[in-house]
Write a protein that binds this ligand. Structure first.
Ligand code: NAD
Length: 252
């Protein structure tokens, strides 16, 4: 897939070490964009050839839910590449599908802090650099759990609903300043986040595939391809909305 308009663009991606964030980074590097990654884990970064000695790629190890670390990452990205054109808030964590009575306060806080506060902190650190140039695109990572029950536990589902609301308000408040914000709601994507489903005889993974109208899990690359489109100038009239990529799950 080739898109015009990403050459010389700078993309800031959180959750870049694994799964969907890693696939997004590779997809944008393939379009000749510059990518600045942020993640708490380093492992996946070195595992991918596209990242090694690539002058278009730099990263910062840090926690998106900690304000000082986010500000440091954004400062490094600006020093390295001079601007940020596209922000992908992809980092997120799952809650083990715990119902509310099995969700203690620390689990609730962890999920909300990483998924919701992290998205807000990174956005607030990057947005001023976009507003000053009256140009920028934000793509937040929601989930089918942002629309319906069953895609996570109490905290995860609440956090993804919050991300959807935040994304709509972000676009609404900043569209006049040249910012375009949307979200993506993936269904079953085969990444390390879901490795428990594939463990043992993979019974859970098979059940999920059977319950998905398309009859299969998707690859992270498929979410990255949608991200390319949403971030491209071709999607300029798509605002404040959440695009599902779920094999038909929400349409059931
Ligand atoms: P993943 O676990 O493979 O990758 C998530 C990455 O985020 C990891 O590299 C992790 O280190 C990083 N991360 C976690 N907390 C962080 C923090 N506080 N600061 C910095 N980095 C942090 O998961 P994935 O499947 O690629 O998920 C990516 C996003 O997509 C998440 O927001 C997830 O909720 C969402 N999502 C995934 C699926 C799916 O089926 N895989 C479905 C719907 C939504």
């Amino acid at each position: 897939m080739e898109f015009k308009g990403f050459k010389e663009k700078v993309v800031f991606i959180t959750g870049v070490s694994s799964g969907i964030g890693q696939a997004q980074a590779i997809a944008f590097l393939e379009q000749n964009a510059y990518v600045f990654g942020m993640d708490i884990a380093e492992k996946g970064i070195f595992a991918v050839a596209e990242f090694q000695n690539n002058p278009h790629f730099a990263y910062f190890l840090g926690d998106t839910s900690k304000k000082e670390e986010v500000e440091e990452a954004v400062k490094k990205a600006m020093q390295q590449f001079g601007q940020i054109d596209i922000l992908l808030n992809t980092a997120g964590i799952l809650d083990g599908y715990a119902p509310t009575l099995e969700t203690d306060e620390s689990l609730w806080d962890r999920i909300m802090t990483v998924n919701v506060k992290g998205t807000y902190l990174v956005t607030n650190a990057v947005l001023p650099h976009m507003v000053v140039r009256k140009s920028g695109v934000v793509v937040n990572m929601a989930s089918i759990a942002g629309f319906v029950a069953g895609g996570g536990g109490a905290a995860y589902t609440a956090s993804k609903h919050a991300i959807i609301g935040y994304t709509k308000q972000l676009d609404y408040d900043y569209v006049k300043l040249g910012i375009r914000a949307n979200g993506i709601a993936p269904g079953a994507i085969e990444t390390p986040m879901n490795q428990a489903d594939f463990a043992g005889d993979g019974k859970m993974a098979k059940w999920v595939a059977k319950e998905t109208p398309a009859g299969r899990w998707a690859k992270a690359q498929e979410v990255a391809n949608l991200t390319l489109y949403l971030a491209s100038p071709e999607a300029d009239y798509i605002h404040g909305t959440i695009i599902p990529i779920d094999g038909g799950w929400l349409g059931k």
